[in-house]
Design a protein around this ligand. Structure first.
Ligand SMILES: Cc1cc2nc3c(=O)[nH]c(=O)nc-3n(C[C@H](O)[C@H](O)[C@H](O)COP(=O)(O)OP(=O)(O)OC[C@H]3O[C@@H](n4cnc5c(N)ncnc54)[C@H](O)[C@@H]3O)c2cc1C
Length: 452
């Protein structure tokens, strides 16, 4: 088969690699001047910073296999032992999230009443809700409003940069939604999940990983393993037309002007706004126009490097998440140099700060200097960071993460209907199959399987 893959992010590249491995001919069409999409690592002056994702869970054997096949096993690194601890901010201070029964009973994070509510969650019976509900409602039903405010909303900020009142439990957390139906208690479902991972020879919780050269090592390796000439950069795909010799003609604006090619299959691993604009057929229909209404939250990421003596906190953890009630400019921060080795030069530490999201979109869009001032004030209070950072990287993602808000099903339906109407056209990626990197890797693999 001859397959066009639209979008050279991790989804598109995974699909391309799996197809090439199975003997198909692939062409990845990527509108940017580089592959990787949201995955973007920069190495400079002894610092290694991530503009987008910083790590991901090696949650399946397929991911471990992919890493081995790409020759990345020697590059793979798991989080340092210190990163086990996770902090939440409460009353302007960092507080370790309880990691075991002892810490759970003694933590000031939750009231006695909330602790009782959490413990009694294991008694919940399976439940079939007639309608989808927000993540806020879902969580409150299970463990109460205090857990939502102090732990879950900040966690949602860290994953979706989203608003728990608007995110749909059904679409944003499908496994929990199913667990409620089948098991009732989410806590019991989590215990069963850990047991079943162990039975498969996996660790109870999946390792959190990256690579020595950063996450971009993954997408760079995927692209490098493809046959020469398989990736076309600066190729902005515009239209799909009936082909003369093969099923699909694909039209793109390339480095040398409008260009076209013919393919048996087209895989789209694009953001919603690009899918919405894609025209099909000679009448230039836009069957995915509805996806223009998918909301994306804006996020600014700041990588800040300090001399070790500028930061008072031991940075003995993964990072810290900030509840809305704390009224801070930052959504959360990662202790990047405590997470993985090689992120900061000797005698220095690196922090990655995320701002904006669905709850404070205007903060993400602040000019760099103003944003730095605000963030510096938060970091002074929270981790005792004094003085100006000695290294700074600022990236604004105007449309960072698709929000699986209430009613997201209509976008999924539009994609399903489009596939049914146009055989040989397949859609996947973060807009359809989940936003975390393991979801995108799985999506790419499934897209390739469907073609094969
Ligand atoms: C700031 C940030 C932090 C994150 N942190 C984490 C994390 O820590 N862990 C985690 O698991 N996930 C994280 N994510 C989510 C994860 O990075 C993304 O969901 C994932 O990378 C999406 O991959 P994708 O291939 O589906 O899409 P993308 O990476 O968006 O790739 C789509 C590609 O399509 C290209 N394109 C667009 N239009 C066209 C067109 N018309 N023609 C051709 N090409 C086109 C784009 O240039 C892009 O390269 C984070 C995301 C962001 C933004």
């Amino acid at each position: 088969m001859n397959v066009a893959i639209l979008g050279g992010g991790v989804t598109g590249l995974t699909a391309a690699w799996q197809l090439a491995k199975a003997g198909h001919s692939v062409r990845v069409l990527e509108s940017a001047a580089r592959v990787g999409g949201n995955i973007r690592t920069e190495a400079a002056d002894g610092w290694l910073s991530e503009a987008g994702p910083n790590s991901f869970q090696e949650s399946t054997l397929e991911i471990a296999t992919l890493i081995r096949e790409l020759g990345l096993a020697v590059e793979r690194i798991t989080t340092l032992a210190a990163a086990k601890k996770r902090y939440l901010v409460m009353d302007g201070k960092l507080l370790a999230a309880p990691a075991g029964p002892g810490a759970f009973f003694s933590t000031p994070l939750f009231s006695f009443r909330t602790k009782v509510k959490i413990l009694s969650e294991v008694l919940q019976s399976p439940r079939n809700r007639p309608d989808e509900v927000s993540v806020a409602r879902f969580v409150t039903d299970h463990v109460g409003a205090q857990v939502l405010e102090r732990a879950v909303q900040p966690f949602i900020g860290g994953i979706y940069a989203g608003n728990s009142e608007r995110l749909s439990a059904k679409y944003a957390f499908p496994k929990l939604w199913e667990a409620e139906k089948t098991t009732g208690s989410l806590i019991r479902a989590a215990i069963q999940g850990a047991k079943s991972r162990k039975a498969q020879g996996l660790k109870g919780s999946a390792p959190v990983i990256s690579f020595k050269r950063g996450l971009q090592a993954l997408t760079d390796a995927l692209a490098a393993k493809l046959p020469e000439g398989s990736v076309v950069l600066n190729a902005d795909v515009k239209a799909l037309l009936p082909g003369a010799t093969r099923r699909w003609g694909v039209l793109w604006d390339g480095p040398t002007g409008p260009t076209s090619g013919e393919f048996d299959f087209v895989i789209a691993a694009l953001p919603a706004w690009s899918l919405a604009r894609l025209t099909f057929g000679t009448d230039a229909a836009t069957p995915l126009a509805a996806l223009g209404a998918v909301e994306y939250s804006p996020v600014a990421s700041l990588f800040l490097g300090y001399r070790r003596d500028q930061v008072r906190h031991p940075l003995d953890g993964f990072g810290a998440l900030v509840p809305r009630a704390e009224k801070r400019s930052i959504l959360g921060l990662l202790f990047s140099s405590s997470l993985f080795p090689g992120r900061a030069p000797e005698g220095h530490v690196g922090l990655t700060v995320f701002t904006g999201g669905a709850l404070q979109p205007e903060t993400a869009r602040l000019p760099e200097k103003e944003l730095l001032d605000r963030v510096a004030s938060d970091l002074r209070d929270l981790v005792g960071a004094e003085g100006r950072p000695v290294f700074t990287r600022h990236v604004l993602w105007n449309q960072a993460i698709p929000q699986y808000n209430l009613g997201y099903g209509r976008f999924l339906d539009a994609m399903t209907q489009c596939e049914a109407k146009f055989p040989g056209f397949l859609v996947g990626g973060s807009v359809r199959d989940g936003i975390a990197l393991p979801d995108c890797i799985k999506s790419g693999t499934q897209l390739a399987k469907r073609v094969s």
